[in-house]
Design a protein around this ligand. Structure first.
Ligand SMILES: [Zn+2]
Length: 293
Protein backbone atom coordinates (compact mmCIF):
# COMPACT_ATOMS: atom_id res chain seq x y z
CA UNK A 1 0.00 0.00 0.00
CA UNK A 2 1.40 3.36 -0.89
CA UNK A 3 1.48 5.37 2.28
CA UNK A 4 3.51 8.00 4.02
CA UNK A 5 3.80 9.81 7.29
CA UNK A 6 0.89 12.04 8.28
CA UNK A 7 0.93 15.32 6.40
CA UNK A 8 3.05 13.98 3.56
CA UNK A 9 2.77 13.90 -0.21
CA UNK A 10 4.27 11.00 -2.12
CA UNK A 11 4.24 9.54 -5.53
CA UNK A 12 4.86 5.90 -6.17
CA UNK A 13 5.57 3.60 -9.05
CA UNK A 14 3.48 0.49 -8.94
CA UNK A 15 5.65 -2.38 -10.05
CA UNK A 16 3.27 -4.86 -11.61
CA UNK A 17 2.92 -5.86 -15.23
CA UNK A 18 3.29 -2.26 -16.30
CA UNK A 19 4.58 0.64 -14.27
CA UNK A 20 1.65 2.73 -13.14
CA UNK A 21 2.18 5.93 -11.26
CA UNK A 22 -0.08 7.06 -8.44
CA UNK A 23 -0.15 10.02 -6.10
CA UNK A 24 -0.85 9.76 -2.39
CA UNK A 25 -1.65 12.75 -0.21
CA UNK A 26 -1.61 11.60 3.37
CA UNK A 27 -3.41 14.05 5.63
CA UNK A 28 -2.23 15.24 9.02
CA UNK A 29 -5.55 14.24 10.52
CA UNK A 30 -7.33 10.89 10.66
CA UNK A 31 -9.99 10.16 8.05
CA UNK A 32 -11.03 7.86 5.22
CA UNK A 33 -9.04 6.78 2.17
CA UNK A 34 -10.56 8.36 -0.95
CA UNK A 35 -9.38 7.07 -4.33
CA UNK A 36 -9.58 8.70 -7.77
CA UNK A 37 -8.87 6.66 -10.88
CA UNK A 38 -8.74 7.87 -14.49
CA UNK A 39 -7.97 6.60 -17.99
CA UNK A 40 -8.91 2.99 -17.45
CA UNK A 41 -9.90 3.68 -21.02
CA UNK A 42 -6.62 5.05 -22.27
CA UNK A 43 -8.06 7.69 -24.61
CA UNK A 44 -10.24 9.40 -21.99
CA UNK A 45 -8.17 12.41 -21.02
CA UNK A 46 -10.38 14.75 -18.99
CA UNK A 47 -10.09 12.57 -15.90
CA UNK A 48 -6.29 12.62 -16.01
CA UNK A 49 -6.29 16.39 -15.62
CA UNK A 50 -9.02 16.26 -12.96
CA UNK A 51 -6.88 13.91 -10.86
CA UNK A 52 -3.82 16.13 -11.28
CA UNK A 53 -5.62 19.29 -10.20
CA UNK A 54 -7.30 17.64 -7.21
CA UNK A 55 -4.12 16.00 -5.88
CA UNK A 56 -1.88 19.02 -6.35
CA UNK A 57 -4.37 21.43 -4.78
CA UNK A 58 -4.63 19.43 -1.56
CA UNK A 59 -2.87 20.70 1.53
CA UNK A 60 -1.71 17.67 3.54
CA UNK A 61 -1.62 19.70 6.74
CA UNK A 62 -5.32 20.45 6.49
CA UNK A 63 -6.46 17.11 5.09
CA UNK A 64 -8.34 14.55 7.17
CA UNK A 65 -7.61 11.13 5.73
CA UNK A 66 -5.80 10.11 2.57
CA UNK A 67 -6.46 10.85 -1.09
CA UNK A 68 -4.98 8.50 -3.68
CA UNK A 69 -4.95 9.54 -7.33
CA UNK A 70 -4.14 7.23 -10.22
CA UNK A 71 -4.23 9.51 -13.26
CA UNK A 72 -3.57 6.83 -15.90
CA UNK A 73 -4.66 3.30 -15.05
CA UNK A 74 -4.39 1.98 -18.61
CA UNK A 75 -0.91 3.11 -19.64
CA UNK A 76 -0.88 0.75 -22.63
CA UNK A 77 -3.97 2.43 -24.05
CA UNK A 78 -2.84 5.94 -23.16
CA UNK A 79 0.46 5.57 -25.02
CA UNK A 80 -1.44 4.46 -28.13
CA UNK A 81 -4.42 6.88 -27.75
CA UNK A 82 -6.60 3.82 -27.47
CA UNK A 83 -9.49 2.83 -25.23
CA UNK A 84 -8.12 -0.70 -24.98
CA UNK A 85 -5.08 -2.64 -23.87
CA UNK A 86 -2.58 -3.79 -26.48
CA UNK A 87 -4.49 -7.05 -26.98
CA UNK A 88 -7.74 -5.08 -27.60
CA UNK A 89 -9.20 -6.15 -24.28
CA UNK A 90 -11.23 -3.61 -22.31
CA UNK A 91 -9.51 -3.42 -18.92
CA UNK A 92 -12.77 -2.21 -17.38
CA UNK A 93 -14.30 -5.65 -17.86
CA UNK A 94 -11.69 -7.60 -15.89
CA UNK A 95 -11.98 -6.38 -12.29
CA UNK A 96 -11.33 -7.56 -9.64
CA UNK A 97 -8.96 -9.57 -11.82
CA UNK A 98 -7.18 -12.86 -11.61
CA UNK A 99 -3.46 -13.34 -10.82
CA UNK A 100 -3.37 -16.38 -13.14
CA UNK A 101 -5.54 -15.07 -15.96
CA UNK A 102 -4.97 -13.05 -19.10
CA UNK A 103 -2.78 -9.98 -19.19
CA UNK A 104 -5.86 -7.81 -18.57
CA UNK A 105 -6.95 -9.97 -15.65
CA UNK A 106 -3.48 -9.77 -14.07
CA UNK A 107 -3.27 -6.00 -14.45
CA UNK A 108 -6.74 -5.69 -12.96
CA UNK A 109 -5.85 -7.99 -10.08
CA UNK A 110 -2.67 -6.20 -9.08
CA UNK A 111 -4.36 -2.80 -9.28
CA UNK A 112 -7.40 -3.90 -7.33
CA UNK A 113 -5.45 -5.82 -4.71
CA UNK A 114 -2.73 -3.23 -4.09
CA UNK A 115 -4.79 -0.04 -4.22
CA UNK A 116 -8.56 -0.32 -4.54
CA UNK A 117 -9.14 -2.93 -1.84
CA UNK A 118 -7.58 -0.59 0.74
CA UNK A 119 -9.81 2.40 -0.01
CA UNK A 120 -13.04 3.53 1.62
CA UNK A 121 -14.43 5.45 -1.38
CA UNK A 122 -13.77 5.27 -5.11
CA UNK A 123 -14.50 7.69 -7.95
CA UNK A 124 -13.67 6.28 -11.38
CA UNK A 125 -13.43 9.04 -14.01
CA UNK A 126 -14.61 8.49 -17.58
CA UNK A 127 -15.79 10.29 -20.70
CA UNK A 128 -18.05 9.24 -23.52
CA UNK A 129 -16.50 6.65 -25.80
CA UNK A 130 -15.74 7.06 -29.51
CA UNK A 131 -17.60 10.17 -30.74
CA UNK A 132 -20.01 10.36 -27.83
CA UNK A 133 -20.10 13.31 -25.46
CA UNK A 134 -21.42 12.81 -21.96
CA UNK A 135 -23.10 15.50 -19.91
CA UNK A 136 -21.27 15.60 -16.55
CA UNK A 137 -23.01 12.98 -14.47
CA UNK A 138 -22.57 10.53 -11.61
CA UNK A 139 -23.38 6.89 -12.30
CA UNK A 140 -23.78 4.35 -9.57
CA UNK A 141 -25.85 1.47 -8.30
CA UNK A 142 -28.44 3.48 -6.40
CA UNK A 143 -30.00 0.30 -5.05
CA UNK A 144 -27.02 0.02 -2.70
CA UNK A 145 -27.71 2.55 0.10
CA UNK A 146 -24.03 3.37 0.70
CA UNK A 147 -23.51 4.07 -3.02
CA UNK A 148 -26.67 6.20 -3.22
CA UNK A 149 -25.53 8.27 -0.23
CA UNK A 150 -22.09 8.70 -1.79
CA UNK A 151 -23.56 9.70 -5.18
CA UNK A 152 -25.42 12.62 -3.58
CA UNK A 153 -22.25 14.22 -2.21
CA UNK A 154 -20.98 15.65 -5.51
CA UNK A 155 -23.49 18.40 -6.22
CA UNK A 156 -23.88 17.18 -9.79
CA UNK A 157 -27.17 17.90 -11.46
CA UNK A 158 -27.51 14.46 -13.07
CA UNK A 159 -27.30 11.22 -11.13
CA UNK A 160 -28.04 8.06 -13.10
CA UNK A 161 -28.81 4.68 -11.65
CA UNK A 162 -26.57 2.09 -13.29
CA UNK A 163 -25.65 -1.19 -11.70
CA UNK A 164 -22.64 -1.48 -13.98
CA UNK A 165 -21.47 -4.49 -15.91
CA UNK A 166 -19.63 -7.45 -14.49
CA UNK A 167 -15.90 -6.72 -14.50
CA UNK A 168 -16.21 -2.93 -14.24
CA UNK A 169 -13.99 -1.39 -11.59
CA UNK A 170 -16.80 0.29 -9.68
CA UNK A 171 -18.95 -2.87 -9.87
CA UNK A 172 -16.14 -4.94 -8.38
CA UNK A 173 -15.41 -2.29 -5.76
CA UNK A 174 -19.05 -2.18 -4.64
CA UNK A 175 -19.02 -5.97 -4.39
CA UNK A 176 -16.00 -5.56 -2.10
CA UNK A 177 -17.98 -3.17 0.13
CA UNK A 178 -16.44 0.07 -1.19
CA UNK A 179 -18.97 2.80 -2.14
CA UNK A 180 -18.02 3.61 -5.72
CA UNK A 181 -19.34 5.77 -8.53
CA UNK A 182 -18.35 6.73 -12.04
CA UNK A 183 -18.00 10.41 -12.87
CA UNK A 184 -18.57 10.92 -16.59
CA UNK A 185 -17.64 14.22 -18.21
CA UNK A 186 -17.15 15.14 -21.85
CA UNK A 187 -15.70 13.10 -24.67
CA UNK A 188 -12.56 11.10 -25.34
CA UNK A 189 -9.29 12.05 -27.06
CA UNK A 190 -9.44 15.68 -26.03
CA UNK A 191 -9.11 17.91 -22.99
CA UNK A 192 -12.20 19.99 -22.27
CA UNK A 193 -11.73 22.79 -19.78
CA UNK A 194 -15.41 23.07 -18.83
CA UNK A 195 -15.73 19.34 -18.14
CA UNK A 196 -12.48 19.34 -16.18
CA UNK A 197 -13.56 22.27 -14.01
CA UNK A 198 -16.92 20.66 -13.42
CA UNK A 199 -15.27 17.41 -12.35
CA UNK A 200 -12.79 19.13 -10.05
CA UNK A 201 -15.50 21.17 -8.38
CA UNK A 202 -17.69 18.09 -7.93
CA UNK A 203 -14.96 16.05 -6.29
CA UNK A 204 -13.96 18.95 -4.06
CA UNK A 205 -17.60 19.18 -3.01
CA UNK A 206 -17.59 15.48 -2.09
CA UNK A 207 -14.33 15.78 -0.14
CA UNK A 208 -15.82 18.73 1.70
CA UNK A 209 -19.01 16.88 2.56
CA UNK A 210 -17.03 13.89 3.79
CA UNK A 211 -15.22 16.25 6.18
CA UNK A 212 -11.84 15.55 4.58
CA UNK A 213 -11.23 19.15 3.48
CA UNK A 214 -12.71 22.53 4.21
CA UNK A 215 -13.26 24.61 1.11
CA UNK A 216 -15.68 27.13 -0.27
CA UNK A 217 -17.38 25.07 -2.92
CA UNK A 218 -20.11 26.55 -5.04
CA UNK A 219 -23.70 25.96 -3.98
CA UNK A 220 -24.92 22.49 -4.78
CA UNK A 221 -26.92 22.27 -7.97
CA UNK A 222 -30.44 20.98 -7.93
CA UNK A 223 -30.15 17.25 -8.54
CA UNK A 224 -32.16 15.13 -10.90
CA UNK A 225 -31.99 11.40 -10.24
CA UNK A 226 -32.71 9.17 -13.22
CA UNK A 227 -33.59 5.51 -12.94
CA UNK A 228 -34.20 4.83 -16.62
CA UNK A 229 -32.30 5.62 -19.78
CA UNK A 230 -32.61 4.79 -23.46
CA UNK A 231 -31.00 5.57 -26.79
CA UNK A 232 -33.25 7.10 -29.43
CA UNK A 233 -32.50 5.43 -32.74
CA UNK A 234 -33.73 6.29 -36.19
CA UNK A 235 -35.58 4.15 -38.70
CA UNK A 236 -34.08 5.76 -41.80
CA UNK A 237 -30.52 6.23 -42.92
CA UNK A 238 -29.11 9.67 -43.61
CA UNK A 239 -27.34 12.60 -42.04
CA UNK A 240 -28.52 13.83 -38.67
CA UNK A 241 -29.09 17.52 -38.04
CA UNK A 242 -29.60 17.75 -34.32
CA UNK A 243 -32.10 20.18 -32.86
CA UNK A 244 -31.14 19.67 -29.23
CA UNK A 245 -28.18 20.37 -27.00
CA UNK A 246 -26.53 18.24 -24.36
CA UNK A 247 -28.37 18.67 -21.07
CA UNK A 248 -31.48 20.09 -22.72
CA UNK A 249 -34.78 19.09 -21.13
CA UNK A 250 -37.08 17.15 -23.41
CA UNK A 251 -40.80 16.58 -23.32
CA UNK A 252 -43.00 14.19 -25.24
CA UNK A 253 -43.16 14.94 -28.98
CA UNK A 254 -40.14 17.26 -28.91
CA UNK A 255 -38.31 17.19 -32.24
CA UNK A 256 -34.81 15.92 -31.47
CA UNK A 257 -33.44 16.29 -34.98
CA UNK A 258 -33.90 15.80 -38.70
CA UNK A 259 -32.43 12.93 -40.70
CA UNK A 260 -31.89 13.72 -44.36
CA UNK A 261 -31.02 11.12 -46.98
CA UNK A 262 -28.39 12.80 -49.20
CA UNK A 263 -29.37 10.70 -52.24
CA UNK A 264 -33.17 10.70 -52.16
CA UNK A 265 -33.56 13.95 -50.22
CA UNK A 266 -36.12 12.22 -48.01
CA UNK A 267 -36.27 13.93 -44.65
CA UNK A 268 -37.71 12.55 -41.45
CA UNK A 269 -38.10 14.04 -38.02
CA UNK A 270 -36.88 12.27 -34.89
CA UNK A 271 -39.59 12.81 -32.33
CA UNK A 272 -39.12 12.22 -28.63
CA UNK A 273 -40.82 8.98 -27.57
CA UNK A 274 -43.26 8.82 -24.68
CA UNK A 275 -40.87 10.12 -22.07
CA UNK A 276 -41.51 12.91 -19.62
CA UNK A 277 -38.98 14.87 -17.58
CA UNK A 278 -36.09 13.64 -19.71
CA UNK A 279 -32.74 15.22 -20.54
CA UNK A 280 -30.20 14.74 -23.28
CA UNK A 281 -27.30 13.10 -21.43
CA UNK A 282 -25.21 11.60 -24.22
CA UNK A 283 -24.78 12.65 -27.83
CA UNK A 284 -23.33 10.50 -30.55
CA UNK A 285 -22.72 11.46 -34.17
CA UNK A 286 -26.05 9.98 -35.15
CA UNK A 287 -27.70 9.04 -31.89
CA UNK A 288 -29.25 10.70 -28.92
CA UNK A 289 -29.56 9.35 -25.40
CA UNK A 290 -32.44 10.31 -23.15
CA UNK A 291 -32.83 9.87 -19.45
CA UNK A 292 -36.12 10.02 -17.57
CA UNK A 293 -36.95 10.00 -13.89
ZN1 LIG B 1 -14.46 5.04 -20.11
Amino acid sequence: MPCGSPGSRNNHWMACICRRRCWVVHGAHAGPVFCLTAAIHGDELNGIEIVRRILHDLNPGQLSGTVIGVPIVNLQGFHRTSRYLIDRRDLNRYFPGNPYGSSAARIAHSFFDEIISRCHFLVDLHTGSAYRTNLPQIRGNLHVPEVAAFAHLFGISVILHSEGAEGMLRHAAVNAGIPSVTLEAGKSQTLQESAIRYGVRSIQTALNKLGMVKNDTDPVELESVFYQSAWVRVDHGGILFSRVQLGEKITKDSVLGIVTDPITNIRSEIVSPHICNARICNRDEALLFLRSD
